[in-house]
Design a protein around this ligand. Structure first.
Ligand code: PMP
Length: 426
């Protein structure tokens, strides 16, 4: 096998530079929360393939389910010849989704596609065009989801024009001076400045902003948003592509909301490493599009539905929702101990195992320190830990380690973070 440097050179010659790569590592194999590169080096994986591996790399139960499925058939196209696993997975997600109303589920392949389809469904049901998203949010890289995304660099630069009737309100972020009421006021302001409420189909919001920096929307904001939504016949879409599938201590983060969303999108860890996404929502809303209006050639692939059913089984067998809570507490406690020694760590936060810490210059929460953040990530790589940053200002380090990680490996990762922070600030 070739070494990392040789592969990187080939990659640079063969691929457009727009496809980023945060670590100059090429994988050889991976198990649970560990990855080995082509040079035989071991890494602890705190990135989890960007929130995809809540059940860890190559979980034996999931691998077995996939192997059994590919022996039978790998594709029929569900809209042509159907299969039970798609229906069963829909039934399972319908039962898990928050709210008392009957639910229905549609499967797609990527998170962006789930978001696109939630918007299609919302527009078909309300017969309205407008969508209100939030600043700092991330919803995908397709044309519609780029427009919904509330971050210009690097996601939107050079890629317009974008579709119309999409607006951004402020995401509530009390830590940075945007109260729940400020954010609600910014929604009301859109109704004055940009679009009448009666033309808005839906609000789309991440319960915890993922790419935007692991900020959770306060409960009073969600209640207030729902009150505005109800007053004007607007739907509420929870984009749980990153928060869903048990990351936050419940299967859906919106289970922790004071009110239920009308539609919820999931992807990433739903498939345990196999590409599948879902839109789950009130049956009445989900049934608005006409027959043939929804679907896709690979949408709800039998390989991925088999994997997702195995993911749900692993969650039950290994009590991963409880684990998510306990692991989150362990990670936060470890990070707080590190923060005590380094005032430059201006915040440690988390919902379940969706945990992050934020860097501010000289300990000032209002001076985002992207440079130190980059150095910490690089120091961690040399010490054998894969970290990911996030945040509108690139000054947050997020932890998306598999929930199946052992305490010993999680603690080893925390020790490397401590060493990396010390080295980056030295
Ligand atoms: N929504 C959210 C909240 C996400 O975090 C992401 C991916 N980071 C997406 C949508 C897009 O998912 P995908 O990359 O699978 O299209």
């Amino acid at each position: 096998a070739q070494d990392n440097a040789t592969l990187l050179a080939r990659r640079q010659a063969a691929l457009p530079r727009g496809v980023g790569q945060s670590h100059a590592i090429f994988a050889s194999h991976a198990r649970n929360a560990e990855v080995w590169d082509v040079e035989g080096r071991r890494f602890i994986d705190f990135a989890g393939g960007i929130a995809v591996l809540n059940t860890g790399h190559a979980h034996p139960e999931i691998t077995a389910a996939v192997q059994q499925q590919v022996e039978k058939f790998s594709h029929t196209c569900f809209q042509v010849v159907a299969y039970e696993s798609y229906v069963e997975l829909a039934e399972r997600l319908n039962a898990l989704a928050p709210g008392q109303a009957p639910k229905k589920t549609l499967f797609l392949t990527t998170g962006a596609e789930a978001v696109e389809n939630a918007v299609k469904v919302a527009r078909a049901y309300t017969k309205r065009p407008g969508i209100i998203a939030f600043g700092g949010g991330f919803h995908g890289r397709t044309n519609l989801t780029m427009a919904l995304t509330g971050k210009v660099a690097p996601y939107k630069i050079g890629f317009g024009p974008f579709p119309g009737d999409i607006y951004h309100a402020k995401y509530p972020n009390p830590l940075h001076g945007v109260s729940a009421e400020d954010a609600l006021e910014s929604v009301r302001a859109l109704f004055k400045y940009d679009i009448e409420a009666e033309r808005v189909a839906a609000f789309i919001i991440e319960p915890v902003q993922g790419e935007g920096g692991f900020y959770a929307a306060p409960a009073e904001f969600i209640s207030g948003l729902k009150a505005i939504a109800d007053a004007h016949g607007i739907l509420l879409i929870a984009d749980e592509v990153q928060t869903g599938a048990g990351r936050t201590g419940t299967w859906y983060a919106s289970e922790q909301w004071p009110v239920a969303p009308d539609l919820v999108t999931t992807a990433k860890s739903l498939g345990g490493g196999y590409p599948i996404s879902a839109v789950t929502g009130r049956a009445e809303v989900m049934d608005a599009p006409a027959p043939g209006g929804l679907g896709g050639t690979y949408a709800g692939s039998p390989v991925a539905t088999a994997a997702a059913l195995a993911v749900l089984k692993v969650f039950e067998q290994e009590k991963l929702l409880e684990r998510s809570q306990a692991l989150g507490e362990r990670l936060q406690a470890g990070l707080r101990r590190i923060a005590e020694r380094h005032p430059e760590i201006v915040d440690v936060r988390g919902l379940g195992a969706m945990v992050a810490f934020e860097l501010g210059k000289g300990g000032d929460i209002h001076s985002p320190d992207a440079e130190t953040t980059r150095r910490i990530v690089a120091e961690a790589t040399t010490r054998g830990l894969i970290l990911l940053s996030c945040g509108t200002y690139g000054n947050v380090i997020r932890i998306l380690v598999p929930l199946t990680v052992s305490d010993a490996v999680a603690d080893e990762g925390l020790t490397i973070i401590a060493d990396s922070v010390a080295a980056a600030l030295a």
